[in-house]
Write a protein that binds this ligand. Sequence first.
Ligand code: TYD
Length: 218
Amino acid sequence: MSTTNRHGLFLTFEGLDGCGKTTQLRLLAERLRAAGETVIQTVEPGGTSIGGAIRRILLDPANDHMGATAEMLLYFAARAQNIHEIVIPATARGEIVISDRWTDSTWAYQGFGRGLGVDVVRRLDEIACAGRKPDLTIWVDVDLETSLGRAKKRNEDEAAADRMDAQSRAFYENVREGYRRLSEEEPQRVRRVDGRGTVEQVAQRVWAVFETLESKNV
Ligand code: TYD
């Protein structure tokens, strides 16, 4: 891919908790920076100071009685701020933005996991993101055992561990199914990468997918 047509790309990483997407995002960002690109990393929920405040509300165990709709709207509120404060301005300057999670997380976790359905997620995405979609989404796919095992090991963060324990296996099965369906519906944008193996092996797969953008001439 020539350097010029990388400019202004908006990339996202998706997957189950503990799938390894955050490590892969960092490695891709480093590789692109080494190639001379300016790369902005952001995260959902969060990424801006307002998003950070919303994240604290969402992840606070004291709020575990929050309704599924309120939860979904808060994810979109954080995203609406992220798109206007970070994604649109940075990509307009020709920088590459890579986000750790985006609307596809809401599709998978709220639409499928919590059973809210995908139509409402689509409609809210149009409102919150003003029609802007990622140019490429890398779905780092691991099976449930790997996801839960890795996430628990990683979580010195007690709150996150508790949150995961509280969710049923069925919930995560549904979330994974959500990602699978999404990659079927939008096969050009949402690309599955096998998350098994070493960090380096997965990073090579991610890079190979990234390079296919060239042939599509984004
Ligand atoms: P986080 O600690 O950032 O987990 P991870 O490192 O795996 O991304 O917590 C984010 C949690 O929020 C994660 O369990 C997925 C969930 N989530 C949703 O349910 N809906 C969303 O729209 C987003 C962005 C995240």
